[in-house]
Write a protein that binds this ligand. Structure first.
Ligand code: MET
Length: 243
C-alpha cells in the first residue's frame, strides 16, 4: 500500500512570505502534527486538535493531483510546511514526485528532527525557536543536522531563520548565528497578534517591530551578515489562513 502523508491544507499559487525565498511564487502543502507547541504559533491548528477533522491522509500522487488541480501550469515551486514536516518520513515520495515534475521544493522546519530527504530540498529553512516560544532547542540535534548538510555541500540550499519578539530572543539569535557562521542567517519579526483581525492595526504593529529589529541589527556587530525580514504575507493579508 502506498504511504500516506497527513495533510491539513494545500493552497496556492501564492507567494512565500518569509525567509530565504521570500517573494517566490509557490504552492503550499501544510502537514499536520508537531513536536513543538510554540506559545505564539501562527498555525496552532496543525497540532492543537482544533482542525483534526480536516486532516487528510494522502498519497504523494494525491497531493500532486491536488496541486495541479489548484495551480495548473501556474507554478514551479512547492513549499512544504506544518506543523513540523520533518516528523514525516513518507514525504520522500512526494519530494521525488515533485522533482520528477521539475518542481523546486522548499521546506520549513524547526530543526528538531533529521530526515534523509533533507538532502533533496532546494530551499530548506531551519528555524530554531527562541525563548519566547517556551520551547527548548536540542543543540545536539541541530548540530548534527547542520553538520550533515555541510558535509554534503548543501549550504546554498539551506538557511537559518530565527523569529525575534524581544531582547532575549535577539540574544538567542546571536548565539545561533555564531554557532553556525557559514549558514545564511535570517532574522524575522515575530507576530504576537495571531488573532488580530484588523489588518491595519496588525500592519502598524508589525512595522514598528520591524523598525525595532532593524535598529537592533544595525547596532550589533555580530549581525553584520544577517538579513532582517518581515512576514510579507502578514503585512499583505494579515492573519488570514490559506493565502
Ligand atoms: N514547524 C515549522 C517551522 O518551525 C513550520 C512552520 S511553524 C508553523 O519552521
Amino acid at each position: 500500500m502506498a504511504k500516506t502523508i497527513p495533510v491539513l491544507e494545500i493552497f496556492g499559487p501564492t507567494i512565500q512570505g518569509e525567509g530565504m525565498v521570500i517573494g517566490q511564487k509557490t504552492m503550499f502543502v501544510r502537514t499536520a502534527g508537531c513536536d513543538y507547541s510554540c506559545r505564539w504559533c501562527d498555525s496552532a491548528f496543525t497540532w492543537d486538535g482544533s482542525a483534526k477533522e480536516e486532516i487528510r491522509q494522502m498519497t504523494a500522487e494525491e497531493v500532486w493531483h491536488r496541486l495541479v488541480e489548484l495551480g495548473g501550469d501556474r507554478f514551479s515551486h512547492v513549499t512544504i510546511s506544518g506543523g513540523n514536516p520533518a516528523l514525516i518520513k513518507a514525504l520522500d515520495e512526494l519530494i521525488s514526485l515533485l522533482k520528477e515534475n521539475k518542481i523546486r521544493v522548499a521546506l520549513e522546519t524547526q530543526g528538531s528532527r533529521w530526515q534523509d530527504w533533507f538532502y533533496d530540498i532546494d530551499d530548506l529553512t531551519i528555524s530554531p525557536k527562541p525563548p519566547s516560544s517556551e520551547m527548548n532547542t536540542d543543540f545536539a540535534v541541530l548540530d548534527d543536522i547542520i553538520e550533515r548538510l555541510n558535509k554534503r555541500g548543501r549550504v546554498a540550499n539551506v538557511s537559518l531563520k530565527v523569529v525575534v519578539f524581544d531582547e532575549k530572543d535577539f540574544a538567542y539569535a546571536k548565539f545561533v548565528h555564531a554557532r553556525y557562521p557559514n549558514i545564511p542567517f535570517y532574522l524575522q519579526v515575530g507576530n504576537d497578534d495571531v488573532t488580530e483581525l484588523d489588518d491595519l492595526t496588525l500592519r502598524t504593529k508589525l512595522l514598528e517591530k520591524l523598525e525595532w529589529l532593524i535598529e537592533k541589527t544595525v547596532q550589533t556587530k555580530e549581525m553584520n551578515d544577517a538579513r532582517v525580514l518581515p512576514q510579507l504575507h502578514a503585512l499583505v493579508w494579515g492573519n488570514k489562513r490559506g493565502v
